[in-house]
Design a protein around this ligand. Structure first.
Ligand SMILES: Cc1cc2nc3c(=O)[nH]c(=O)nc-3n(C[C@H](O)[C@H](O)[C@H](O)COP(=O)(O)OP(=O)(O)OC[C@H]3O[C@@H](n4cnc5c(N)ncnc54)[C@H](O)[C@@H]3O)c2cc1C
Length: 421
């Protein structure tokens, strides 16, 4: 009997981790193929670090994963996904190494969507000329050049636009709703940039205007952490403002918000709306914003052979890689059982926010909480250990080809929860 074909779309954090975990679980009971438009993984979380270190983020953060997939016996195709026909189990893709390829078709038995999101900078008026960010190597390198070559010591705004979370009555009930996609990075940027400003005698925390469209920044960090974090940032001198209702426009010398207020800024570091890819919005297995609907086993309730992990999944809010990682573990078990490779009882996804951020000066912060989802875990630690954990995670990820063992995260939690230095 021929083996089922598992087709994974997307090979960044969620896709690569899912591919490797699925291979581990299903072993030789299925063929695995992965398609991505690029053949390297972008290690997004460390872009801010390299920007401030005056290093092009494209160096060292574009990770070659191919040998690990080859080792697993999984196939990789570099191509643009054009669309999916869920009625005929077909994916339409176009190889993109060189221009001129015809669109090809591939049949799947099981489909995993791990395509992340589009970051809607093009919806922010003035961004092309006057906006900065750190979400990819192009923007990171642009900000690096401005900071290190042109910055005159003026105010720096760090803010997010409004996120439009998807809705569907087919999603698990009771999911919290966020007004921003992911506010760990703005908080991390505020900490590490303040250290950088001090180091180069160009300013300090009071140079930074940290704002949010929501009632409070990083709302998904939960009340216990925010009750410590917000007063602490105030004491450090940050200008903090909530309820901006999002970004109206950015221009030379400043930014305007949807609440009618504005701020002067020499640099505006912006985090846009995380939106679903256009072709997904048309498809019958996505929510009203185009994010893929899944249950807590990462399976679409209507198309039982379609799954999603990472930022592309509707239930992944905030859009954070550590959630995608947990989802990949859950998915591997779901598919393992589906193809008869395992018989153990499946456990549903348990939401948790795990975030390790740089604060500059070999210090970092560590947050682990599930309060936002109604749990009672809440840990905030700061010091050398969280920084070491953040750097250690990248090392472990690169060494193991994205297959961080489950004890790896548990170990980080154990060390992070009990940070001494
Ligand atoms: C500055 C910053 C710092 C962050 N720090 C952290 C952190 O410390 N911890 C944490 O957990 N998370 C962090 N995050 C969030 C984390 O980076 C994302 O949640 C994670 O990258 C999502 O992974 P993903 O694989 O779901 O999506 P992505 O990383 O967006 O990957 C999607 C993949 O799909 C491919 N793709 C998309 N469309 C197509 C198409 N049509 N055809 C072919 N290929 C396609 C892309 O090439 C890409 O490889 C941070 C984010 C930012 C911006």
């Amino acid at each position: 009997m021929s083996k089922p074909n598992i087709l994974i779309l997307g090979c960044n954090f969620a896709g690569l981790t899912a591919a490797r975990y699925i291979h581990d679980t299903v072993k030789d009971k299925a063929n695995i193929t992965i398609i991505d438009r690029k053949s390297v993984l972008l290690f997004v979380p460390n872009i801010p670090l390299q920007v401030l270190a005056n290093t092009n983020p494209a160096i060292d953060l574009e990770y070659k994963f191919m040998s690990f997939l080859e080792h697993d016996g999984s196939a990789f195709i570099q191509a643009e996904i054009i669309t999916i026909d869920p009625e005929t189990n077909t994916v339409f893709y176009q190889p993109n190494e060189r221009a001129g390829h015809p669109v090809r078709k591939m049949q799947y038995d099981y489909l995993v969507v791990a395509l992340g999101n589009r970051l809607a900078y093009d919806k922010i008026e003035g961004f092309a000329m006057h906006g900065h960010s750190v979400t990819d190597t192009f923007l990171g390198n642009r900000l690096r050049n401005y900071l290190h070559k042109e910055y005159k010591g003026g105010p720096i705004v760090i803010t997010s636009d409004v996120f439009h979370q998807g809705k569907s009555d087919k999603l698990p009930p009771g999911l919290p709703v966020a007004m921003t996609a992911c506010e760990g990075p703005p908080v991390e940027m505020a900490f590490s940039l303040a250290h950088w400003l001090e180091k180069y005698k160009l300013g300090n925390a009071s140079t930074i205007r940290l704002t949010t469209p929501a009632k409070v920044i990083a709302e998904d960090a939960g009340e216990t952490i925010l009750d410590q974090l917000i007063p602490m940032m105030g004491n450090m001198g940050y200008h903090y403002k909530a309820n901006t209702l999002g970004i109206k426009s950015v221009h030379e010398g400043g930014i305007e918000y949807n609440d009618g207020s504005s701020q002067d800024a020499e640099i505006s570091i912006l985090f846009p709306d995380w939106q679903a890819h256009e072709f997904l919005k048309e498809l019958p297995f996505t929510d009203d914003m185009g994010f893929v609907i899944t249950d807590l086993y990462m399976r679409n309730p209507d198309y039982q052979n379609i799954f999603a992990v990472g930022d592309a999944a509707s239930i992944t809010v905030p859009k954070i890689g550590s959630l995608g990682h947990i989802e990949a573990e859950v998915l591997a078990k779901t598919l393992g059982k589906e193809v008869g490779a395992i018989t153990e009882e499946l456990k549903p996804l348990e939401f948790e926010l795990l975030c390790m951020g740089d604060m500059g000066g070999i210090k970092g912060f560590y947050m682990r909480t599930n309060e936002w989802w109604g749990g009672d875990e809440s840990h905030l630690e700061m010091g050398i250990t969280p920084y070491a954990l953040k750097m250690g995670f990248k090392k472990m990820y690169y060494t193991l080809g994205g297959k961080i063992p489950s004890w790896g995260l548990a170990f980080s939690e154990l060390v992070g929860d009990h940070t001494l230095i």
